[in-house]
Every structure is written in structure tokens, then in C-alpha cells.
Design a protein around this ligand. Structure first.
Ligand code: UT7
Length: 334
């Protein structure tokens, strides 16, 4: 006799129900960064738009920050922890290859019925997570999903590296995604270009570090100009594809929330996309730095809390970075 398997049945649509974020307490000025590199406050502001950034405390972990952001998003959503079906933690800085940061975060917030998985798609990780969460909910595998973007990049940056020390920072943002009676997350456009894997990578693997006698702890290494050129030339096309797939016009948007890579990249994307002049654009990088997977939910929370963008408005999200991986989608704001 052939077994008859009950298929999963999901919600018709999914939506972002709530957002939360966590910014570590310690403010790191450009002057402090310049104690270790030959640079200046003026150069850093002009070339990156960064005025200051936040670093986590030495004993404050990816799991601590991710838990804080997830707990806030969860309390704002009104969903019970036991109803969460999956925790997706986008990050590349949890210092243990196993177990995943998501498992400990699930435990700490009381998500006793949740699957737990980390997503290693660097600065694109949050948008990857939103796409996967949408499909888990519409596919019926989970009713509610928490997507977290969290990084402690200060642990993995060489403070003496002039090409990256001033850019990267720490923080966390999270959203709760659940079923919806109307479409609220557009199709995710994503991809990667492994041929450019060396554009953002580590100086060496942990295995090499062990085998070469523990010298030169692995640190982030970035070909800044190469990544800049790729982002500015390729990401407008990806953003336009996400808008077209969602059937949303530029004039329908209430916000543009790109990954906070560099203020000049944000400006170049806005120009290439010919965004309406009065459209609110995330510029969280000025006081937060580049927090990789955390930057989009951090910016979203700041803009919503400040009343700069309306709940229910359509926002174009786009994440891009190491891989070189990218993902974009249009969402309705929580
Ligand atoms: O989030 C993940 C994805 N990452 C990104 O999207 C980052 C993309 N890249 C960037 O944001 C930029 O490439 C940086 C901000 C990292 C660097 O800015 P840039 O305008 O590309 O600088 P550059 O490397 O082209 O260097 C320009 C000049 C050079 O001097 P000369 O040759 O023109 O005399 C560099 O030697 O600036 C010099 N320079 C610096 N000067 C002061 C390079 N780094 C520094 C520095 N301080 N830290």
C-alpha cells in the first residue's frame, strides 16, 4: 500500500508584523579609529558618510545582541514565543561554526517550538531571511518566523587596516513575520557572484591560523573599490527587478532602505534609480556604521520610531556584500 502523505498548507500571504533593534552602548568616534590608521575624521566622513559607530562590549556577543533585538520585535508583535516556528539569524560574526547562534537565541527568548538556523549571506543576509521566512509561512512549514540580522564586526576587523577599520561596526535588528490576509512581501530577487569571492573575504582561514602557529588572527579584508563599483553598477538593476516583480512603481514607495554600506553607495543607488526627490532614504550609517546583516532592520526601526516613514507604507529593501551575494524585495512596513 502506498502511503498518503499530508502536505503542508500555508498562509496565502505573509507580512512583517513588527521590528526591533539593539544598538550597543559604546560610541566609537572617527578620532578613536584614527588612533590606529593614517586617516582623518574629514576623510572618513567624506568617503563613507560615517560620523560615529557603535561597538559591543568585550563580553557582549552576537547572541546577546540578537536576543535583545528579537525579544523587542517579539514583544511588539504580540506573538507568543511558543508560536514561533523558525528563527533565522543572518550573521557572519558568531565565533562558533557550531552550534548556530539561532539555537541559543531561540532558547533565550523561549521559542521552544522553533527551528533554528543561521544564514551566512553577509550584508545580504537579512533580505535572504525575509525571502525565506515568506516562503516558510506561505509553504506552511512555520506560522511565525523571526528574522534577525546581527553582527559583531569589531571582533573580526583589523584596527590597523586602513581599507576597512573605519567602516564596520556592531548591532542587531529583527523582524517578526507572520501570516497576512493581503500581499505584504514581494518576490525576492537574489543571487551571488562567487567569481568575486575575494572582494570581501578573510585574511586566512581558522585552520590556516592554527597551522601557521597562531599568528595573524583572521580579519576581514575588502577590495573597497571593486565592491563599490559592483554595488553601484549592478544593484540598481536588482532593485528595479524587485520593484517590477512586486508590481510596484517608484512613486508608490514610502521608503528606500538599502544596506548601509557607504553613504556614497546609497546616494549613487538613489540617483541611478531616479528615486522621487522627497522619498525617505535610510541614512543610518552616519551614526551606526556598516553593520552588515543588521543594517537594514536597524535603519527600519530607527525610521519608523522617528516617524520618518509610515506603518503600512511600501519599502524597497536591498542587501549586498560578500559573496558577492545580494537580495532585494518590496515589503509593507510594520
Ligand atoms: O558592506 C559590505 C560591502 N562593502 C561595501 O560596500 C564597501 C564598498 N567600498 C567602499 O565603501 C569604499 O571603497 C571605501 C569607503 C572602503 C574606500 O573609499 P574609496 O573612495 O573607494 O577609497 P579608495 O580605496 O579609492 O582610496 C582613495 C584614496 C587613496 O589615495 P590616493 O591613491 O588617491 O592618493 C587611498 O590611499 O584614499 C586613500 N585612502 C585613505 N585615506 C585616508 C584609503 N583608505 C584611506 C583611509 N584614510 N582610511
Amino acid at each position: 500500500m502506498t502511503a498518503v502523505i499530508t502536505p503542508t498548507t500555508g498562509a496565502k500571504y505573509a507580512k512583517i508584523m513588527a521590528v526591533g533593534s539593539y544598538r550597543p552602548e559604546r560610541i566609537v568616534t572617527n578620532a578613536e579609529i584614527c588612533e590606529h590608521i593614517d586617516s582623518s575624521d574629514e576623510w572618513i566622513r567624506e568617503r563613507s558618510g560615517i560620523i560615529e559607530r557603535r561597538y559591543a562590549a568585550p563580553d557582549e556577543s552576537v547572541v546577546d545582541m540578537g536576543t535583545a533585538a528579537a525579544a523587542l520585535a517579539l514583544s511588539r508583535s504580540g506573538v507568543a514565543p511558543s508560536e514561533i516556528g523558525m528563527i533565522l539569524t543572518a550573521n557572519v560574526t558568531h565565533p562558533y561554526p557550531t552550534p548556530a547562534a539561532a539555537a541559543e537565541i531561540a532558547y533565550r527568548i523561549g521559542a521552544i517550538n522553533a527551528g533554528a538556523l543561521d544564514i551566512a549571506a553577509a550584508c545580504a543576509g537579512f533580505c535572504y531571511g525575509v525571502g525565506i521566512a515568506n516562503d516558510l509561512i506561505c509553504g506552511g512549514t512555520a506560522k511565525y518566523v523571526i528574522v534577525i540580522g546581527v553582527e559583531k564586526l569589531s571582533d573580526w576587523v583589523n584596527p590597523s587596516d586602513r581599507g576597512s577599520a573605519f567602516i564596520f561596526a556592531d548591532g542587531a535588528g529583527a523582524v517578526v513575520i507572520g501570516p497576512s490576509d493581503h500581499p505584504a512581501i514581494g518576490p525576492t530577487i537574489w543571487g551571488s557572484d562567487g567569481a568575486q569571492k575575494d572582494a570581501i573575504t578573510m585574511t586566512q582561514s581558522l585552520i590556516d591560523y592554527r597551522n601557521n602557529g597562531g599568528e595573524m588572527f583572521p580579519a576581514l579584508a575588502m577590495q573597497g573599490q571593486q565592491v563599490f563599483r559592483w554595488a553601484v553598477s549592478e544593484m540598481p538593476k536588482v532593485a528595479m527587478r524587485a520593484l517590477a516583480a512586486a508590481g510596484v512603481e517608484l512613486t508608490d514607495l514610502a521608503a528606500f532602505i538599502p544596506h548601509q554600506a557607504n553613504m556614497r553607495i546609497t546616494d549613487a543607488l538613489a540617483k541611478a534609480l531616479k528615486l522621487p526627490a522627497n522619498l525617505p532614504i535610510a541614512r543610518d550609517i552616519a551614526y551606526t556604521g556598516n553593520t552588515s546583516a543588521a543594517s537594514i532592520p536597524l535603519a527600519m526601526d530607527r525610521m519608523l520610531t522617528a516617524g520618518e516613514i509610515p506603518s503600512g507604507g511600501a519599502a524597497l529593501l536591498i542587501g549586498f556584500g560578500a559573496g558577492l551575494a545580494y537580495a532585494a524585495q518590496v515589503v509593507l512596513l510594520p
